[in-house]
Design a protein around this ligand. Structure first.
Ligand code: 2NL
Length: 354
């Protein structure tokens, strides 16, 4: 029995050396120290021993058990340490490696031009106004002095949603809303006159056009409106000169040609000197030296009156420009549809300066 125990101990310790994972250690523990293990089996054999032998062997069994448990603990600790060190080695991060660059988006050229225009007009004391793209027929046409039989009101030219709802064809209804809100606010406060107005209204507008290189059924517009006492055409010219020089460069000048809009009287079309040839005449300005960029005029007294502003007390000017047309010339984009197909190869060329 003694020799058997000594052999068991030696065999167990020998086997222990071969175990190299915590899983294997568990199996080893079951084999030698477990309830169904070899040492328990040896203990069971003691019932056949004599009374003198029993305590001696009993002590020896305990001694072997303690030795094996001790060895197991030492081995387990060594294995845990080795595994932790291995993991730490594998998880080492080289903080000196350069990071992976993420592809950076860029600002849409239309949004960029609108933002630049907004910054210029904010600097001139204007506020930015916004409104819904689905409008009433009255806000889009009636309130702007566009008569019932005007061709612009035709189903051919406007997206109607119902008899009197439509997709706005210009952002002017936004300005009309601001005017009427001011009149309402003055009434609420018991004041005799509404506040003056100095706003721009940038936004998306819709026309029933067949899309081609120069026409899109959806496009961006920036309109402006100033209403105050003693506003004159020279104020319009001053604001537009400052704006165009900040957008196109301080060496451009503007000229105004007579035109017609139902909502302004007098009305004018505004040209800038060609920023490509400086006015000499080239392909871009079709040899004229001038490029048309917007329409404008003095607000028609009917428009002021309908909104609740007394045209005897107030005068104003308004203007409207198509953002795509200016962006196409400025960035040399030859097809308006590029703005809406959003090919990243084109769009990524407009890295924002923000
Ligand atoms: C153009 C011309 C224009 C206006 C828009 C306007 C707005 C109010 C009152 C009077 Cl609330 N006028 N807007 C005036 C003149 C011209 O747009 O060619 N746009 C692309």
């Amino acid at each position: 029995m003694k020799e058997q125990l000594v052999m068991l101990k030696e065999q167990a310790l020998e086997k222990l050396k071969e175990q190299s994972t915590l899983q294997q250690l568990g199996d080893w523990k079951a084999t030698y120290l477990g309830k169904k293990g070899e040492l328990t089996a040896a203990l069971r054999g003691m019932k056949d021993l004599s009374a003198e032998e029993r305590p001696v062997i009993g002590a020896m069994v305990n001694e072997v058990r303690e030795a094996l448990e001790q060895a197991l603990e030492t081995k387990e600790e060594a294995l845990r340490r080795a595994e932790r060190e291995k993991r730490l080695r594998e998880e080492t991060i080289d903080v000196t490696l350069p990071g992976r660059a993420l592809p950076l988006g860029s600002e849409h050229p239309l949004n960029r031009l609108i933002r630049e225009a907004e910054e210029i007009f904010l600097g001139l004391g204007f506020q930015i106004a916004e409104g819904p793209e689905v409008e009433t027929d009255y806000n889009n046409f009636g309130a702007l002095n566009v008569p019932k039989n005007h061709p612009a009101r035709d189903m051919q030219d406007t997206f109607y949603i119902s008899e009197d709802m439509l997709l706005r064809t210009q952002t002017s209804p936004v300005q009309g809303r601001v005017l009427r809100a001011n009149v309402e606010a003055a009434k609420q406060r018991g004041e005799t006159s509404p506040q003056p107005v100095r706003i721009i209204a940038p936004g998306r507008v819709y026309r029933r056009d067949d899309d081609d290189a120069t026409h899109s059924h959806v496009f961006m517009q920036i309109e402006g409106l100033v209403v105050d006492r003693n506003i004159r055409m020279s104020d319009l010219k001053g604001i537009l000169t400052t704006f165009t020089q900040q957008i196109f460069g301080s060496d451009v000048s503007i000229r105004m040609r007579p035109s017609y809009f139902p909502f302004t009287e007098p009305s004018t079309e505004v040209d800038v000197t060609c920023y490509s040839c400086g006015g000499e005449g080239c392909r871009i300005c079709k040899q004229t030296g001038w490029i048309e960029i917007l329409g404008a005029g003095m607000v028609h007294p009917n428009v002021l009156e309908m909104a609740g502003y007394d045209p005897e007390e107030f005068t104003g000017f308004a203007f409207g420009m198509g953002v795509e047309r200016i962006a196409m010339r400025r960035y040399g984009i030859e097809d308006i549809r590029h703005f809406y197909t959003n090919d990243v190869r084109l769009m990524s060329q407009f890295k924002s300066r923000v």
